[in-house]
Design a protein around this ligand. Structure first.
Ligand code: ADE
Ligand code: SF4
Length: 585
């Protein structure tokens, strides 16, 4: 679309919606503003504008305001067309030239449908298409939004289109961005949340929502390029850039972040699910030294494996890792699979770990949502949904997947993890003053960061009383292997029995299993919390007579130093291993 007789001017003032005062060649003139929107951020005193001289001699105002130069934060200039009649015209011209809809046989403006007038009606041989066109001039840092003031009419239009789809029409809401080079379009939830909702519902109902930016010059405007449309979670969309920039400057130097191949990422992420970053470091280095490859892990002896995991807890995780490693050897000839689906199908790898490996090792834009990410994102979006619910996690994964930059999967996910670890911390006040996305954060805006995330209580843990017995035969101590299934499967432990025994009961019990107690000593009590069970332990040291020992149980009597080196004992027994002089990491 072209304009004739364009002249420049300088904006002075806008006394009402319809007119503006413009300095044209040193003279203050009254011009018509062809846009009833506010455009407050565009029409600033001193702004350079472009005007079209009217060819109608009877008009009160001789000029129409067509375009305005807007200074960007980077100091460059963006030319914005603000003629509200232009969008309809440019879309019509573009469709007539073959844009958007192939094979249009009819393009008709101002079509009456129901109680609304729809901007364009297009027909092809088989299709009947309604198109509502909205001009967009509101832009901040490359993000464009609509409307810039509440618009009930716009809500009505999109609802009408949704109804039309049910009647067998195709329908589009077409946002014409009246400028060039923007990042994305999103409905303006600040000015009119109801429009954002109506647009989302229309999209769900089959209305296509598209946005195109325009090549704009002082005397012309035409459709240029499609612009992404973000209908949901504008906060998450906005957060990506500042989060990633912050991560690049603030990331901690952690061993698994150096040359992150899939195996290294995998080992670290499984360990990090169990304990703090600082504690993981030494375990991680040792594990990779001993088992540097998938193949080494696949071939490792069970006892070696358990020993490397000793103290980390959840031993089934490392057993599953070994099964997965064996699976990789067989199914992928030892090469770590490099698609999300294949990684996710490995034993013991859930959505979080699959996302982390995919993103960190292969740059695949998949989310990695753990408890920390649930907390950070719930706060950012002000969500009070229960993060213990699987459905809430799933929704968050879907929302994040839509906003992960295609070329920044690793920094995006690591950034969220890092933010949760050092800024948006759990248990108490997050450090919002240091947060790179504080300007977007809903919880901060509402002052509710401490109440979020909402977390329902899981099932109460089962309490178990146990008596731990340190049978001592001279220097050697009795240990036994736990069953190969269930809690702490296959690990070694001090003999222990259900309930809290008295000294007398310990003596009786010892005799009943063929051990003759010489001296029994009461030890401290101890508590250990597993995910579903709590052990409340009491302990006894029982000196036994070496000569009168008929070991009816499968106890092994082993020297403490050897236990330390060769047998993995779960940290549930930590108090008693320490008492026995066995050092654990
Ligand atoms: N916690 C979980 N994954 C992590 C990672 N990759 N870096 C630091 N902490 C983490
Ligand atoms: Fe968390 Fe505060 Fe940042 Fe919000 S502003 S994400 S609550 S640290």
């Amino acid at each position: 679309m072209r304009y004739n007789s364009i002249i420049p001017g300088i904006f002075l003032e806008r006394p009402n919606r319809f007119i503006a005062y413009i300095d044209i060649n040193g003279k203050k003139e009254t011009v018509h503003v062809k846009n009833t929107g506010r455009c407050a951020e565009l029409l600033r005193p001193g702004a350079r504008v472009y005007l079209q001289e009217s060819d109608n001699p009877d008009r009160k105002t001789r000029w129409d305001l067509i375009a305005v130069e807007k200074e960007t934060d980077q100091g460059s200039v963006r030319l914005v067309n603000m003629d509200s009649q232009a969008p309809n015209q440019v879309v019509k011209e573009w469709i007539e030239k073959g844009g958007l809809i192939k094979g249009a046989t009819l393009v008709k403006p101002e079509y009456t449908y129901g109680i609304s007038r729809i901007d364009l009606y297009v027909e092809t041989n088989e299709r009947k298409i309604l198109i509502e066109v909205k001009g967009v001039t509101l832009e901040e840092e490359g993000r464009v939004r609509f409307p810039d003031a509440p618009s009930e009419r716009a809500v009505k239009h999109v609802e009408e289109l949704k109804a039309a789809v049910r009647q067998g029409y195709e329908a589009y809401v077409f946002f014409v961005i009246q400028m060039r080079d923007v990042r994305y379009f999103t409905p303006n939830t600040d000015t009119h949340p109801a429009f954002a909702k109506a647009l989302r519902e229309a999209a769900e109902g089959g209305v296509r929502v598209v946005a195109y930016d325009c090549e704009v010059s002082p005397d012309a405007i035409q459709i240029a390029q499609e612009v992404p449309v973000v209908l949901e979670n504008p906060i998450l969309n906005e957060m990506a850039e500042p989060l990633m920039a912050w991560y690049r400057n603030h990331k901690r130097d952690l061993p698994w972040r150096r040359n992150p191949d899939a195996y290294r990422v995998w080992v670290s992420e499984i360990m990090l699910q169990q304990t703090r970053v600082e504690a993981v470091k030494s375990y991680y280095e040792r594990f990779l030294r001993e088992l540097p490859t998938v193949e080494a892990l696949a071939r490792a002896e069970e006892d070696t494996l358990l020993k490397l995991w000793e103290g980390l807890g959840y031993y089934n995780r490392v057993r599953n890792m070994q099964k997965a490693a064996q699976q990789i050897m067989i199914d992928y000839h030892g090469r770590f699979p490099d698609t999300y689906e294949e990684i996710r199908s490995l034993k013991g790898i859930g959505n979080y770990t699959a996302g982390a490996i995919s993103a960190f090792a292969f740059g695949i834009p998949k989310p990695a949502v753990d408890g920390n990410v649930l907390r950070v994102v719930s706060r950012l979006t002000g969500s009070r949904e229960d993060i213990m619910k699987q459905s809430v996690r799933k929704k968050m994964e879907e929302a994040l997947e839509k906003v992960i930059p295609a070329d920044g999967a690793s920094d995006f996910n690591q950034g969220l993890i890092e933010l949760g670890a050092i800024v948006c911390v759990p248990n108490g006040e997050p450090k919002c003053g240091e947060c790179p996305v504080a300007h977007l954060c809903e919880a901060r805006k509402q002052g509710t960061a401490c109440e979020i995330p909402v977390k329902s209580k899981g099932k109460a843990r089962k309490m178990e009383k146990r008596t731990v017995l340190l049978f001592k035969d001279g220097q050697r101590l009795a240990i036994q292997k736990r069953p190969s299934k269930g809690l702490l499967a296959g690990l070694y432990e001090f003999p222990n029995e259900p309930g809290h025994m008295t000294m007398k009961e310990v003596t009786e019990y010892s005799k009943s299993i063929g051990l003759m107690p010489i001296r029994v000593k009461k030890l401290d009590t101890a508590k250990h919390i597993f995910s579903h069970i709590e052990w409340h332990m009491t302990g006894y040291e029982v000196m036994v007579d070496e000569l009168e020992k008929t070991n009816q149980k499968d106890f092994l009597f082993i020297h403490p130093e050897e236990i330390e080196k060769k047998y993995s004992m779960p940290s549930a027994f930590e108090k008693y291993t320490r008492y026995a002089g066995i050092k654990k990491d």
